[in-house]
Ligand binder design. Structure first.
Ligand code: MN
Ligand code: MN
Length: 398
């Protein structure tokens, strides 16, 4: 439990106790002049404060240095992870940066508690995934491609070609950990070889040279890109394919200050529980104040530097600066903005724990609200809003 949560709960208990005392005190007493229905007993006049004071304590810890974290390493590569264990705010989404050497494979495995969404940063790999219908798809991936493996579907990832391959993984459960994946060598090394012999109809001795524990990411022979092994098989078409060539699509949003490529359930149907994509911001550009009504947001900073504000209600606002290798977590419904504070373009991998993408931006809300309401709300003249944008800004240029 965070300090903030504990204080809120203690505060709630205190209020509850006060309410109990108040009701006891009034037991049996006749109604008095001050015991009115809500709102009638408080004059909004001189005693009412014009604004509620800000809270400057209790910053929200929404930044995590995933690339600076301790990796899980085996013979063929490594994974660094951000889970709710080390990054407590991230209850809805966990993430991993995984790096595979040429010739390495992340072995056959599955996840009991989360689906897997991925964006390939660099290099080439081949994924193999089996669905509950017994159909296996083998597909190749390169930079800018996205995959999605539904929860529990068996999968593996193997580098093809002579370059290393690395990618960002995101999981729709903050408690997911790479230390809790169900790997096939972990299983086969724990079970009696006689059972394997019975299943596969081969002598138990066949398994004598199998690994004695989880290989996780295993180093093997390099697979040339032009070799038969690098061919795709069982290439499914939408809605069942698990590949989406995200960066070969037109941007979902395109502005002078930047762009967003997004894969939602509408574009990539198998990705039913997550949406995700890439946001690029030019120097000085600002992804405006907005929130997501239906999802938590997870961000991995791939390139550039940005300043993120997070509005947590109740007078709480936190600001943090992010660079390559950092992760941000925006809880569902929390207001936020992202500004490129560097001199180069900023590139951010975004994921959401809902296949449907939803957002509300402050510029669109102001643009579509009646001026008399805005004048009242902000205590200024209606004319103040005359020159405000008439449509959603989305990304404001520098
Ligand atoms: Mn996996
Ligand atoms: Mn957002």
């Amino acid at each position: 439990m965070t300090t903030a949560n504990r204080r809120q709960i203690l505060g709630g208990l205190a209020l509850g106790a006060a309410g109990l005392l108040a009701s006891k005190a009034s037991d049996g007493a006749a109604p008095t002049g001050t015991a009115h229905a809500f709102g009638h007993d408080v004059s909004p006049g001189a005693d009412g404060q014009v604004v509620v004071p800000h809270k400057t304590e209790e910053p929200i810890a929404f930044k995590y240095g995933i690339d600076a974290s301790e990796p899980k390493i085996t013979s063929g590569g490594w994974a660094r992870e951000a889970t709710a264990h080390h990054f407590p705010i991230s209850t809805g989404i966990a993430g991993v940066h995984m790096y595979l050497n040429p010739g390495a494979s992340r072995e056959l495995h599955w996840h009991a508690i989360a689906a897997e969404w991925a964006y390939v940063l660099d290099g080439r790999c081949q994924t193999t995934v089996i669905d509950p219908n017994g159909t296996t798809e083998v597909l190749n991936f390169g930079p800018g491609d996205v995959w999605f493996f539904p929860r529990g579907h068996g999968h593996s990832i193997q580098t093809i070609g002579t370059e290393p391959c690395h990618f960002i993984l995101s999981f729709d459960n903050g408690n997911f950990s790479e230390h809790g994946t169900f790997s096939i060598t972990d299983w086969t090394s724990l079970i009696d070889p006689k059972l394997l012999s019975q299943v596969f109809g081969v002598p138990a001795a066949t398994f004598a040279n199998f690994p004695k524990g989880e290989t996780y990411i295993m180093q093997g022979k390099v697979i040339p890109l032009d070799s038969p092994a690098a061919q795709e098989i069982n290439n499914k078409v939408s809605p069942n394919t698990h590949r989406y060539k995200l960066m070969q699509q037109k941007p979902t949003q395109d502005f002078p200050g930047g762009s967003v490529h997004l894969a939602t359930i509408n574009d990539f149907p198998i990705s039913s529980t997550m949406a995700g994509g890439i946001m690029k911001l030019k120097a000085g550009a600002l992804r405006e104040l907005h929130w997501h009504p239906n999802a938590n947001e997870w961000q991995y900073y791939a390139k550039g530097h940005a300043r993120v504000t997070l509005f947590g209600s109740g007078g709480r606002m936190s600001t943090a600066d992010f660079g390559p290798g950092d992760v941000a977590y925006i809880p569902q419904g929390y207001g936020h903005s992202v500004q490129n504070i560097g001199t180069d373009e900023c590139e951010i991998v975004l994921t959401f724990d809902n296949g449907h993408y939803q957002e509300i931006s402050i510029s669109e809300w102001i643009a579509t609200s009646p001026p008399h309401l805005l004048a009242n709300n902000f205590g200024v003249d209606e004319a103040v809003f005359a020159n405000f944008p008439k449509t959603k800004v989305y990304i404001a240029k520098a």
